[in-house]
Ligand binder design. Structure first.
Ligand code: PA5
Length: 430
């Protein structure tokens, strides 16, 4: 993974970034020494290097069993209990995976991330006649959205296969000792995986929360963890600021925030990365948006959104900066055909790879946005693979922890998410 902040230099001087070095280094140290706020939620910092072979093997064996039993695996969870798995699976999957009739691995469907009656109805309509397994992921077990969906799916599987068979088809990922889901799983004898006490939802993708669904979808979780573990080393506390990409990204963001750039847009030029941006938005939004502070995390899929939000980014209120997530090499080769008639006037790109055109769109966009007053941070990976996604995940997590401490907030709580629940429960007469 490569990080470049060259295109913020027009907006923030080297001295201004250097002035943040001490704060970034101190924040990194606080993560490692566990001396900052929220220090009981730092289990993710050394997670990649501490996952054991036997933990991975247990996850893989369960995934293989689910894959054998079911052609649909319904993954139930919300927020940090689903966004990471969805991000990784979408990044690694064929773009039209749901239209493939011959599949070696189950279709992974996400549910319990909304309270839409139509979504629920249409989910069960879709499952009808198929062999179904469910992975319920909830630390508390009382989060309304997944709890409702779990009730429905438990009944559905038990009605379809009987209670004994349902036991084989339901897996719970939850707290090791407490909570309603822990109780339900023990009472029913479900296979259980633990969400460590010291890992919050949005930092949990490299625990069974993310690894189990990713393995069920057929991807190599060892390579994912290896990518993260290598990034753990590369951003360790003993790596100097100048070489530590997590520190540099965190410092660059905070420098831009100090200049009134209140919105960060994560932009990709590959739609496979759409859900990675959704995961990133939760990570940064929940971690930094508190006490009246924080950069608002937004995202766009380019070039698609150049035909929509592109107008605002180029010309609207100058409160934005952009972080482009770039993929150097696509998986496949595909070129634009030549056409003798050339009625569409497109022969200037005849025989060019589609990716070459995409890269010109990317370079042209960055140039235009920087010229238009939008500072640009550039992150690139050689290709989309388990390894590179693992690197990106850990990089963003580490930079988020550093950035939150630099901003002066506790990056590991989320008091604001309770407000809507209180009102909803009152309205429901709980
Ligand atoms: O990041 C978080 O902590 C939240 O998004 C939680 O993961 C989310 O609210 C789900 O909670 P639970 O796993 O208890 O159902």
């Amino acid at each position: 993974m490569k990080l470049s902040i060259e295109n913020i230099r027009k907006f923030v001087s080297d001295d201004e970034i250097a002035a943040l070095k001490a704060n970034a280094e101190q924040s990194l140290k606080m993560l490692h020494d566990k001396t900052g706020e929220g220090n009981d939620f730092l289990g993710w910092v050394n997670l990649p290097s501490q996952i054991t072979e036997s933990e991975i093997d247990d996850i893989q064996a369960t995934a293989d069993k689910v894959a054998k039993l079911a052609d649909f695996a319904v993954v139930i969870g919300i927020g940090g209990s689903y966004l990471g798995a969805k991000a990784v699976i979408e990044a690694l999957s064929h773009s039209f995976v749901n239209f493939k009739t011959e599949k070696k691995h189950p279709h992974v469907i996400f549910a319990g991330q909304n309270i839409s009656e139509d979504y629920a109805f249409e989910l069960f309509e879709t499952l009808k006649g198929h062999s179904v397994a469910a992975i319920v992921i909830s630390k508390s077990g009382t989060t309304v959205e997944p709890a409702i969906t779990f009730r429905l799916i438990k009944k559905y599987i038990e009605d379809a296969c009987g209670i004994e068979e349902a036991r084989e088809r339901i897996v719970a990922v939850t707290d090791k000792a407490r909570g309603a889901m822990n109780t339900i799983a023990r009472k029913n004898g479900y296979k259980m995986f633990v969400i460590p006490d010291d890992v919050g939802g949005r930092f949990s993708v490299l625990t069974p929360v993310g690894l189990l669904p990713v393995a069920i979808a057929g991807f190599d979780i060892k390579k994912l963890v290896k990518g993260a573990a290598d990034m753990e080393k590369a951003t360790d506390v003993n790596i100097a600021f100048e070489q530590n990409q997590a520190c540099i990204y965190a410092a660059a963001r905070n420098a831009l925030y100090g200049k009134g750039k209140n919105v960060e847009i994560l932009a990709n030029f590959n739609p496979k990365l759409h859900s990675l941006a959704e995961w990133w938005k939760q990570l940064y939004g929940e971690s930094e948006g508190k006490n009246g502070k924080g950069i608002f995390p937004a995202s766009v899929d380019f070039t698609t959104d150049l035909h929509s939000l592109g107008q605002y980014i180029q010309d609207g209120k100058r409160m934005l900066f952009e972080t482009v997530l770039s993929v150097e090499n696509p998986k496949h080769e595909f070129a634009v055909p030549a056409d003798e008639e050339n009625i569409d006037g497109l022969n200037f790109v005849a025989n060019k790879r589609i990716d070459e055109i995409n890269k010109c769109a990317e370079a042209g966009t960055v140039l235009a946005h920087v010229d238009g007053g939008v500072p640009n941070i550039h992150i690139s990976v050689p290709e989309i693979s388990e390894y590179s996604i693992g690197q990106l995940i850990y990089f963003f997590e580490k930079a988020c922890g550093i950035s939150g401490y630099m901003l002066g907030v506790n990056p590991f709580d989320q008091p604001g998410v309770e407000a809507y629940k209180k009102n909803m429960f009152r309205l429901l007469g709980k």
